[in-house]
Design a protein around this ligand. Structure first.
Ligand code: CDP
Length: 227
């Protein structure tokens, strides 16, 4: 059976990454977290003290940016590396969450990261999640999913995720951050977040992780059969 490309887009914190990860595992596909790339780029620009409003500094930042993913042999989980350093936990912090959407509006940065994402997904058999995967990165993806969930549910899930990483954050701050990122991501000129007409919408507000994964596995299997 032919392998397909699965694009999962949607609002901040509605479970795209957890779903995409479980889906990739079930299908034996590669999972690519495009959001982790924007987060790692944000950390890099902050560490190097580079301004997003200077073309020169953006170029310098991109030239010195190397993002990769490696599997942790102990946990079997994929982790993000920035210039050879494991930054998986650091990029999930609220500090990065508060800065990332601004960086994601910069056209030259998007162009570079999209090119890397397209290279990573070249062989098919890939599940990628983000904001512009079905619209820009893989417009011909065989399966496009647009995930939504109400803000309260998303904030509670994210709070739990952060707590599991040892970061205790107030619910109201998380809610504010998610809402703010949704607004910036949906209204930017460069590849804004939007539901593509050929995307399947999945509202996860009242679904458990297992239920939402099962739902998308069904959609994927139907597409794989047709391929
Ligand atoms: O996991 P969460 O929903 O918090 O977000 P993420 O997928 O880690 O993405 C972080 C941020 O990166 C988003 O809010 C967007 O600003 C940006 N992003 C983007 O612009 N395009 C993508 N394909 C993925 C992420």
């Amino acid at each position: 059976m032919g392998k397909i490309v699965i694009a999962i887009d949607g609002y901040s914190g509605c479970g795209k990454s957890s779903t995409a990860k479980a889906l990739a595992k079930n299908l034996g596909y590669t999972y690519i977290d495009s959001g982790a790339m924007y987060r790692a780029a944000t950390l890099h620009f902050l560490n190097e003290n580079l301004s997003l409003s200077s073309e020169d500094e953006v170029r310098r930042g991109l030239d010195s940016l190397e993002i990769s993913f490696r599997i942790n042999p102990e946990t079997g989980l994929q982790e993000t590396y920035l210039n050879g350093r494991n930054v998986e936990d650091e990029i999930r912090s609220m500090h990065i969450s508060q800065k990332v959407s601004e960086l994601a509006t910069v056209a030259s940065i998007r162009k570079e990261l999209v090119a890397q994402q397209q290279r990573l997904g070249r062989g098919k058999g890939v599940v990628m999640d983000g904001r512009d995967i079905g619209s820009v990165v893989f417009p011909t993806a065989e399966l496009k999913v647009f995930m939504t969930a109400n803000l309260k549910t998303r904030a509670k899930r994210r709070q739990l995720e952060l707590l599991e990483k040892g970061q205790s954050v107030d619910l109201i701050d998380i809610e504010e951050n998610l809402a703010n990122r949704d607004e910036v991501d949906s209204s930017r000129t460069e590849s804004p977040l939007m539901k593509m007409p050929d995307a399947e919408e999945v509202d996860t507000s009242d679904l458990t992780l297992e239920e939402q994964v099962a739902k998308i596995i069904l959609l994927a299997k139907a597409k794989i059969k047709m391929n």
